[in-house]
Design a protein around this ligand. Structure first.
Ligand SMILES: Nc1ncnc2c1ncn2[C@@H]1O[C@H](COP(=O)(O)OP(=O)(O)O)[C@@H](O)[C@H]1O
Ligand SMILES: [Mg+2]
Length: 313
C-alpha cells in the first residue's frame, strides 16, 4: 500500500513565482526506503519540508501530498501538528540545530512522548530510556541526564532518531542524516536505520547527495535534477543499468576501490530562475543534441518500473 504519494508537487518562491520544484511525483510504500538523490540545490530538502508543511517563509507549495490517503495540504494546522513528529518525523544533517542545548536528552525525548501519548512525565522518562536503548545508546538510564554537548556527533544523531521514534512514526524523512559524520559512524547510523525499518516496518524517505549512502540503504531511488525527477528505478536496477546522463555522471564521480582518480562532475546545478529552456541538464550533458536545448523531455517508462527523462537513452 502507498503510504505517501506526491502528485505534481510544485514548490516556488511566493513573490516572484519562481519555480524551485516542478511537477514532482513519487510514492513511498509502507516499510519502504525511497531515496531522493541529487547534487546540492536540486530541491531535495524543500521537498522534505513541504511534506512536513514546514517550508521557510516566502516559499510555497502546490499539488497533492497524500499521506495514508489524506491530502496533507488540506489538513488544518491542528491536524498537521498531530501528524508532524507523530506519524511523520524528520531528522536533519546537524542534530545540534534541533536539540535544545539547555535541556537534558532525557527531558527532550520525554517531552515528545508526553506530547503524543498523554502519559505522565515519570512514565515518559522510563520510555525515553528504552528508546535510547533501541537506537543503540549505551547505558541509556545514565545518558538521560546528559546534555547534547556532552555527546559525540553520532550519539546526538541517535538521540534525534530516538526523538523521531517517540511519536511512533510510520514515515521518517531523513535529510542527509549521515553527511556531518565520519565514515565509520556514518555506517553505524545507516545500519541503525536499516534495523528500524525491519523492526518497526518504518518507511524512510532518505534524502542524500551521496549515491554511496543511497546504495547502502534504499529500495528505490528517485534522482532529482534542478527541481524535477530525471530518473527513477529500484536501487539494484539503477546501479546496474543507469540511463540518464546525469545519473551516469553521479555514478562515475563515486569513489571506488581500485579506482584512483574520480571523474568529478563539472559545472553546477542551475539555480531557480536561471534554468535553461529545454532539458535542465543540457548545458552539462555529454550527449546533448540541438533538440535538448529547445524542448524539455518528459518522464517516460523504460523497462519495468524504470523512469527516465531523456530523448536519447
Ligand atoms: N528559504 C529559501 N528562499 C529562497 N530560496 C531557497 C530557500 N531555501 C532553498 N532555496 C533554494 O531552492 C533550491 C533548492 O534548495 P534545497 O531544497 O535546499 O536543495 P537540496 O536540498 O537539494 O540541496 C536551491 O537553489 C536553494 O537556493
Ligand atoms: Mg538539502
Amino acid at each position: 500500500m502507498k503510504l505517501l504519494e506526491a502528485k505534481d508537487l510544485n514548490i516556488f518562491l511566493a513573490k516572484s513565482r519562481t519555480p524551485i520544484v516542478e511537477n514532482l511525483s513519487f510514492d513511498v510504500a509502507s516499510g519502504e526506503i525511497l531515496a531522493l538523490v541529487g547534487e546540492s540545490g536540486c530541491g531535495k530538502s524543500l521537498t522534505g519540508l513541504a511534506i512536513m508543511r514546514l517550508l521557510p517563509s516566502g516559499v510555497e507549495a502546490r499539488g497533492k501530498l497524500f499521506f495514508q490517503g489524506k491530502n496533507l495540504f488540506e489538513l488544518s494546522q491542528e491536524e498537521m501538528r498531530a501528524i508532524r513528529g507523530g506519524r511523520i518525523a524528520m531528522i536533519f544533517q546537524d542534530p545540534m540545530v534541533s536539540l535544545n542545548p539547555v535541556f537534558t536528552v532525557g527531558y527532550q525525548v520525554a517531552e515528545v512522548l508526553v506530547l503524543h501519548q498523554k502519559i505522565s512525565f515519570k512514565k515518559a522518562l522510563e520510555q525515553a530510556a528504552s528508546l535510547l536503548a533501541e537506537v543503540g545508546i549505551p547505558a541509556p538510564k545514565e545518558r538521560l541526564k546528559s546534555y547534547p554537548h556532552e555527546l559525540s556527533g553520532g550519539m546526538r544523531q541517535r538521540v534525534m532518531i530516538a526523538m523521531a521514534l517517540a511519536g511512533n512514526p510510520s514515515l521518517l524523512i531523513a535529510d542527509e542524516p549521515t553527511t556531518a559524520l565520519d565514515v565509520t559512524i556514518q555506517a553505524q547510523i545507516l545500519e541503525l536505520l536499516r534495523k528500524l525499518r525491519e523492526t518497526r516496518d518504518l518507511a524512510i524517505l532518505l534524502i542524500s547527495h551521496d549515491l554511496g549512502v543511497v546504495a547502502e540503504l534504499a529500495d528505490r531511488v528517485a534522482v532529482m535534477y534542478a527541481g524535477r525527477l530525471v530518473e527513477q528505478a529500484s536501487c539494484v536496477e539503477l546501479f546496474k543499468n543507469p540511463l540518464h546522463p546525469y545519473t551516469k555522471a553521479l555514478l562515475e564521480a563515486l569513489p571506488q576501490p581500485g579506482k584512483k582518480s574520480l571523474k568529478a562532475l563539472s559545472g553546477h546545478v542551475p539555480p531557480p530562475g536561471a534554468r535553461p529552456k529545454g532539458c535542465k541538464f543540457s548545458e552539462r550533458c555529454p550527449i546533448a543534441q540541438k533538440r535538448c536545448f529547445e524542448e524539455e523531455p518528459s518522464l517516460r517508462a523504460s523497462g519495468d518500473g524504470h523512469l527516465v527523462r531523456c530523448f536519447y537513452v
